[in-house]
Design a protein around this ligand. Structure first.
Ligand code: NAD
Length: 279
């Protein structure tokens, strides 16, 4: 049986470490959380983020805006929070209603408060190996690998997916850890053969159970970023866990793998934002 990479336990350990750091160093941090409209999934995510803040000992200020909020009104709020010294991090829960340009809003957040790591400044720093905020899900995957003693250096790493929030930053982070990285996407030819080269395979495709054992080399580490709710109400990932498990060396389950790490790394970024200000 493969090593099951326990994201729940690893994220809990990270949150405990942060809680201690915040108490020991007397760090005072406040995260502003903006939600526009009342998409039920977004409400659940926002609730979990606020709960994590409370656990670690950092403050959160909620801004629950109506669906009909205009782009100008949202920009005005972001500007106000950018200028507010009491606020260390700003999180705008995505997706935004279709009448608001997400890019415009992300680009408006001060790079110093960009705890989601989506601002072009943060992405640029990641690209050239400079200190900055890193997108939480891929940063969480690096932590999962390191804390599970899975070496990245010199390994063949294949990332399926090239989104700005998962695939691309994932590839850059694996590269920064000295992996040999291949990025695959919807137009890639010979996907299975490329994936079978991987020592570390990251699936961020958004297609339930697409990755079967034909994509996986014997003994490979398989990281599943996907989250899908099936008709029976259960969650599954982009990887067919039951099919892949017998051949994988290590694998993340869904739920309980990558998912919990995203919020843990958001908390890492919030503490970093507050510590930076105090320096
Ligand atoms: P996305 O839709 O933005 O990107 C999907 C990528 O997959 C694209 O780059 C596309 O080129 C590629 N792709 C699509 N079909 C493909 C195919 N048949 N073969 C090869 N490549 C293909 O999605 P995303 O935002 O990167 O998210 C991916 C998945 O991860 C989704 O299921 C999402 O719900 C999940 N997700 C989970 C977390 C978490 O915290 N666990 C965070 C973000 C996203």
């Amino acid at each position: 049986m493969p090593q099951i990479i326990d994201g729940k336990a690893i994220s809990a350990a990270i949150k405990d470490e942060l809680k201690k750091e915040v108490a020991d160093k007397n760090i005072s941090a406040v995260l502003a959380v903006i939600q526009v409209g009342c998409d039920p999934a977004s409400t659940v995510y926002v609730g979990s983020k606020k709960k994590a803040c409370a656990y670690i000992g950092i403050g959160s200020e909620s801004f629950e805006l109506p669906e009909e909020t205009t782009e100008e009104e949202l920009i005005a709020l972001v500007d106000r929070l950018n200028a507010d010294d009491k606020i260390n991090g700003i999180l705008v829960q995505l997706p935004l209603p279709s009448h608001i340009d997400e890019k415009k809003i992300i680009n408006r957040i001060s790079p110093l408060k960009d705890v989601d790591g989506f601002h072009p400044w943060s992405v640029g720093n990641l690209c050239i190996g400079q200190e900055g905020f890193v997108s939480c899900t891929p940063a969480g995957i690096i932590e999962l690998l390191k804390r599970s003693n899975i070496e990245i250096e010199g390994k063949e790493c294949v990332v399926i997916g090239r989104s700005n929030i998962v695939g691309k930053p994932m590839a850059l982070l694996l590269l920064a850890e000295n992996g040999t990285v291949t990025i695959c996407h919807s137009r890639t030819k010979g996907l299975k053969e490329i994936c079978r080269r991987a020592d570390i395979l990251v699936a961020a495709v958004g297609k339930p159970k697409m990755v079967t054992r034909e994509y996986v080399k014997e003994g490979a580490t398989v990281i599943d970023v996907g989250i899908h709710r099936m008709d029976d109400g259960k969650l599954c990932g982009d990887v067919d866990f039951d099919d892949v498990s017998p051949v994988a060396g290590a694998i993340t389950p869904v739920p309980g793998g990558v998912g919990p790490m995203t919020i843990a790394m958001l908390m890492v970024n919030c503490v970093k934002a507050a510590s930076r200000k105090e320096n």
